[in-house]
Design a protein around this ligand. Structure first.
Ligand SMILES: Nc1ncnc2c1ncn2[C@@H]1O[C@H](COP(=O)(O)OP(=O)(O)OP(=O)(O)O)[C@@H](O)[C@H]1O
Ligand SMILES: [Mg+2]
Length: 492
């Protein structure tokens, strides 16, 4: 299965689709799928985790989510358990010794690297829009928020716009998800994150709400608005349609920048390879909607020709067989009412595209050291090249690439007079060596990314970069962790 959030999206899918398509043979298939998932004798989840605080918290959240969608839990598997385990006494003497030791591998804290010229800071100071893209779970939302914190620290009026409302982040920032308007992060919270001059608003966007506003703007006639809101398909599709989130985020982003309300908008994107597709020109959606096939979905008018009318009837009968007659009618109504709204989105998307292609925008591709995540980051880099978007650099998050001044401890450093410390040391050394190996691997990856960034930089803009952000043992969901990421970004 994919990572936590995406697994839940998959297991919830049959129930969601059933609400949308309860009848016809598709409905039957979906019901069979849901029954299979919920039948404890046939389906059980095995949740695989690592012996670390963060994956364990996530696994527990996953198990709760699975229970909610009716899937039974068979077992937790804790992978990569270290072969060694420390006794309480060994842990204590080792912790005391480490507290006074110089920077070592295996110590777990973050040593700030010394990089000569900061490259992220100029972007944070000058850009009007920063966009974070990348694979699922690599830290796009955390990095976007940390960038926003840093810009606010530098005195700018910043909006962090996320289309992926995470409950924990909402709590951290003291912002309710799904508000109609951005919310200002409180002074106390800002001060705790080292912000005294600038301001930070956060908006955890509910795409359905923004779509609703767009409908109100376009469908001027109250009755048509209401019919569309009541349309069952609209309700489901406005949540599920691919690209809807990006469109709605663009709507919002564009409105704020035009109104001059913020100096900088940091945009977080959903974890999908197609996150940038909506910027393609001519907008694919608009051309799809103008296509003849789509017109067949519309109810016939006096001008509809004989063949179109027959084709539409045929289509309706096919749809009725597949989805049930009532849904087919809903489908038709949906298309006739929603078409103008989509067209409006298309229009704004092309204006937004112009903004996103300008030199005042920066695309940052976030990745973790995992192979699949790096592959996605490289894919996004190619997309920015294809779409002529200003790619600025890679951020290698959750890495061990920076290990300035760290070294491996040696057995001789343990006081052999304290037997527990000598024992603990023997167990600690392989862990420190493993971390050093990860460091070597991540440092090599960072060098590769830097080369790819430089090779992929446009001739007119600045050279793109690759910089590392540390792995935080505490995770990055609390203000403290985000502030550390902001520190790391400021010198990256
Ligand atoms: N540098 C880091 N060190 C430790 N934990 C981190 C770091 N960056 C992010 N995390 C943690 O990883 C998890 C995923 O982060 P985040 O939600 O920012 O990723 P995302 O790419 O936005 O995910 P999604 O693709 O689901 O939107 C969170 O629990 C976050 O606290
Ligand atoms: Mg996210």
């Amino acid at each position: 299965m994919p990572a936590t959030g995406h697994t839940l999206a998959l297991t919830e899918l049959p129930a969601q689709l059933l609400r949308l398509l309860p009848n016809g043979f598709i409905g039957e298939e979906l019901r069979a799928g849901r029954t299979l998932l919920e039948d404890r004798t046939q389906t059980g989840a095995v949740v695989v985790t690592l012996p670390e605080r963060l994956p364990i918290t996530e696994s527990r959240e996953l198990a709760q989510g699975l229970a909610k969608s009716g899937v039974g839990l068979c077992a937790y598997v804790v992978n990569k358990m270290p072969a060694t385990d420390f006794s309480k006494e060994e842990r204590e003497v080792l912790d005391a010794w480490l507290a006074h030791s110089p920077p070592l591998f295996g110590r777990g804290d973050y040593v700030r690297p010394l990089v000569s010229a900061p490259v992220v800071l100029p972007l944070v100071d000058d850009a009007r829009v920063l966009v974070c893209c990348g694979a699922g779970g690599v830290g796009k939302t955390s990095t976007a928020t940390a960038l926003a914190l840093l810009a606010a620290r530098r005195g700018r009026r910043v909006l962090a716009l996320t289309v992926d409302p995470s409950k924990r982040l909402a709590q951290t920032l003291g912002v309710e998800p799904n508000r109609r308007e951005p919310t200002a992060v409180s002074r106390e919270r800002l001060q705790a994150a080292g912000i005294t001059a600038g301001t930070l608003d956060a908006w955890m966007l509910d795409p359905a709400k923004v779509a609703e506003d767009a409908v109100k703007r376009v469908a001027k006639d109250e009755a048509a608005q209401q019919r569309l809101f009541q349309n069952r398909l609209y309700k489901e599709v406005s949540r599920m349609v691919a690209g809807m989130q990006e469109y709605t985020a663009m709507e919002a982003l564009f409105g704020f920048l035009e109104a001059g309300r913020y100096d900088l908008v940091v945009l977080d994107t959903p974890p999908a390879r197609n996150a940038l597709d909506f910027l393609e020109e001519p907008t694919r959606l608009a051309s799809l909607l103008e296509g003849r096939v789509f017109q067949l979905f519309l109810p016939p008018t006096a001008e509809t020709g004989f063949f179109e009318r027959k084709a539409a009837e045929l289509l309706l009968s096919v749809l009725s067989a597949a989805f049930g007659a009532e849904n087919a009618r809903d489908l038709q109504e949906f298309f006739s009412l929603f078409l103008p709204v989509f067209k409006d989105f298309g229009l704004h998307a092309s204006k937004a595209r112009a903004l996103l292609s300008s030199a005042s925008t920066g695309f940052l591709l976030v990745t973790s050291p995992a192979d699949e995540a790096v592959a996605d980051a490289l894919y996004f880099q190619q997309r920015t090249v294809d779409l002529k978007l200003p790619f600025r650099g890679f951020l290698l998050n959750r890495s061990e690439a920076d290990a300035a001044g760290r070294r491996l401890p040696t057995l001789g450093e343990a006081d052999s007079q304290v037997p527990a410390l000598a024992r603990a040391f023997a167990k600690f050394l392989p862990l420190a060596a493993a971390e050093q190996t990860r460091h070597a691997r991540d440092a090599a990856l960072l060098a590769t990314l830097a080369a790819k960034a430089a090779a992929g930089s446009g001739s007119d803009g600045p050279t793109a970069f690759a910089r590392a952000l540390p792995t935080l043992v505490t995770g990055a969901s609390e203000l403290e962790g985000l502030a550390v990421l902001a520190d790391a970004l400021s010198i990256a």
